[in-house]
Design a protein around this ligand. Structure first.
Ligand SMILES: NC(=O)c1ccc[n+]([C@@H]2O[C@H](COP(=O)([O-])OP(=O)(O)OC[C@H]3O[C@@H](n4cnc5c(N)ncnc54)[C@H](O)[C@@H]3O)[C@@H](O)[C@H]2O)c1
Length: 340
């Protein structure tokens, strides 16, 4: 298939582009590089041995949308482009709504004009908020706790409305849990700009000596060791979930919603220990106050994705830590400072 990947220079989009190409698809990447670099596109080419057409383009800029959408007879779009920092979204809600919601509406409008009506959308487990029961199934009522999470839920609702208005649309909504790890080649991984928001990139930067100490936000949660528990999913497994979602859409119409997670939760201390074991380095840490909005526990019920998409996570946390450490060691400052 001819596929357009928005946000394809970012962490999950770039790993997914690799898996799509390996599955035989032709991939065009668009990204405004607001949280990524062109080096990620080169890395996709290196890992796959295939040239990738790249547009440095902002999905909100509809005057350039024609140029992108007309460059191939696209069969589907995989839409990763979004801003994703929860804390930042509380401080800058307009920026998040403009980028994530209005940007998606502009993209959908262009797709509609070109008759491209198949979409895989990156949603988030954050739409569930803080449910009472674990694991979290897709029928758990949404209760987003941040502007970021609300942009995801509003976009999901927009996609349902779009399909109600025009049943020709085929839409897969994937609710990701926590993406971690890096490509096993060590040539591509997460390259967060500034201070990482997520646990594992921060842990890796402490282990490699780029940061002094990890803050553990809260050790008084009602969990066995007092730290928060999350479902950590290897980014390659997550990427492969998109290949399965595309296959599924080929046979199914409508709008589908699937969790992508492992079904297992790990505490912050368990993650730190797993990373220390994989890296052979100590990760100094200190306990800090809880962060507003953080929930105690969150892990997926991934059985719907298993039953309907034929997808199950294959890699465990240990493997994710090993792959992340390989990437971190060879790229201690991300793509900009690759070591030989
Ligand atoms: N990382 C996670 O664990 C996680 C969890 C749940 C959902 N998600 C969602 O998955 C998607 C990808 O996340 P990621 O972790 O790869 O983030 P990322 O920041 O690495 O990738 C997003 C990419 O989109 C680009 N982008 C942002 N706004 C754009 C715009 N207006 N036009 C063009 N490009 C734009 C950025 O430059 C970046 O390269 C996002 O939609 C995110 O909300 C991520």
């Amino acid at each position: 298939m001819n596929l357009l990947v928005t946000g394809g220079a970012g962490y999950i989009g770039s790993h997914t582009a690799i898996e799509l190409i390996m599955a035989g698809h032709d991939v065009v990447v668009v990204d405004n590089l607001s949280n990524s670099t062109r080096a990620a596109v080169s890395a996709i080419e290196t890992v796959t041995g295939r040239d990738v057409t790249f547009f440095e383009y902002d999905i909100r800029n509809d005057s350039r949308l024609d140029e992108v959408l007309a460059c191939r007879a696209f069969d589907a779009v995989l839409h990763f482009a979004a801003l994703k920092a929860v804390g930042e979204s509380a401080a800058q809600p307009l920026r998040y709504y403009a980028n994530n919601v209005a940007g998606t509406a502009t993209l959908l409008d262009g797709m509609n004009d070109y008759g491209i009506k198949t979409l895989v959308f990156s949603s988030s487990a954050s739409v569930y908020g803080d449910p009472d029961t674990m694991p979290i199934g897709e029928d758990s009522p949404p209760d987003p706790k941040s502007p970021y999470a609300r942009t995801k839920l509003i976009t999901e609702n927009l996609l349902h409305d779009l399909h109600d208005a025009d049943p020709d649309w085929r839409i897969s909504i994937l609710r990701y849990f926590n993406a971690v790890g890096a490509h096993p080649s060590g040539r591509i991984g997460e390259d967060p700009s500034g201070v990482p928001n997520n646990l594992l990139p921060f842990v890796a930067q402490v282990a490699v000596g780029r940061r002094n100490c990890l803050n553990v936000f809260g050790d008084d949660y009602p969990t066995p060791d007092g730290t928060g528990i999350r479902d950590y999913l290897h980014v390659v497994d997550l990427a492969r979930g998109h290949v399965k979602a595309l296959d599924y859409l080929a046979g199914a119409g409508g709008v589908s919603v699937h969790n992508l997670g492992t079904g297992r939760g790990y505490s912050v201390f368990e993650v730190v220990h797993a990373f220390e074991a994989a890296s052979g380095r100590k990760v100094p840490h200190r306990v800090a106050a809880r962060r507003p909005g953080d929930v105690a526990v969150s892990w997926a019920d991934p059985s719907k994705a298993r039953d309907e998409l034929g997808w199950t996570a294959e890699y465990d946390l240990e493997r994710a830590c090993e792959d992340l450490w390989r990437w971190q060691l060879t790229h201690p400052r991300g793509f900009s400072t690759r070591k030989a």
